[in-house]
Design a protein around this ligand. Structure first.
Ligand code: ATP
Length: 248
């Protein structure tokens, strides 16, 4: 039999409260080592899809009404966030959420604690993050709240990487950042993918930059998948016309 997909989202319908139908029918899969872009306009259902995958809907009074999500063969709905992180499925929340009063380095260390590392391990892991994001080394003793938006996004990603994920879910990592900074962040993520096999599911409203790196994209509209394919296929189909493409 074929190996189960790394991540499998199968026909999910998601609601908030009893009234708001956020996802009508979303299916997607992601194989080990893949970069998949989840595209769609504001309100299309990208964030809800990520929440459904990482079992965070409940915190928003949301729930899955139909379908299922499986991570390495296990239903994520039965796993709490900490268990998911231990199994290598980690979400970087929209809007960065760094601890502004703490230094960049302390923010990163917090990501590592779940694994109860020794001091030597922690130091090695920090070195790894600084190798991927050299800017964070320069800013290591600065309070995170005083760093730039791009640096805060790197802190949020670095903190997630400290847990040693297999799959990273990113929610609009480009939000509010200059294209040059977004390009730098995507470059680092693409290198992590190439050199360490990290899988990525990246929700984005601005499609252009993420499509340069994604192996595949899934386009959502009104809580439904309306197209899948690589960047070239999707451009040709005109499915991206309604989305913000950023600077060419
Ligand atoms: P955005 O770019 O705004 O994050 P999105 O594609 O991620 O858009 P979702 O945030 O998943 O879209 O929203 C899908 C639908 O669910 C929208 O109609 C939205 O208003 C609704 N929704 C999202 N979060 C909540 C919530 N916490 N409570 C109620 N409704 C919500």
């Amino acid at each position: 039999t074929a190996p189960a997909a790394f991540l499998e989202v199968d026909g999910i319908e998601a609601v908030y409260g009893n009234a708001i139908l956020a996802l009508r029918d979303v299916s997607l899969s992601l194989g080990a080592g893949e970069i998949v872009a989840l595209l769609g306009a504001n309100g299309a259902g990208k964030t809800t899809t990520l929440r459904a995958i990482s079992n965070l809907l409940g915190a928003q009074r949301g729930s899955l009404r139909r379908g299922h999500v499986r991570w390495q063969g296990e239903a994520t709905a039965r796993l709490d966030p900490a268990s998911l992180v231990r199994r290598g499925l980690v979400q970087v929340l929209e809007g960065r959420h760094v601890f502004g009063q703490l230094t960049v380095e302390t923010n990163l260390e917090i990501g590592g604690y779940l694994r109860r590392p020794s001091r030597a391990q922690l130091a090695r892991d920090l070195e790894r993050i600084y190798a991927w994001f050299p800017r964070l080394r320069e800013r290591r003793h600065t309070r995170a709240g005083l760093t730039s938006g791009g640096e805060q996004q790197m802190v949020a990603i670095g903190r997630a990487l400290m847990t040693r994920p297999k799959l990273l879910l990113l929610d609009e990592p480009s939000m509010g950042l200059a294209p040059r900074v977004v390009a730098e962040i995507f470059e680092s993520l693409a290198r992590l993918n190439r050199e360490e096999g990290l899988s990525l599911l990246i929700a984005e409203q601005s499609a252009h930059l993420v499509l340069e790196h994604a192996h595949r994209a899934v386009v959502l509209e009104n809580g439904r998948v309306v197209a899948t394919g690589n960047g070239r296929d999707l451009s040709a189909s005109g499915r991206l016309d309604a989305l913000y493409l950023g600077e060419p």
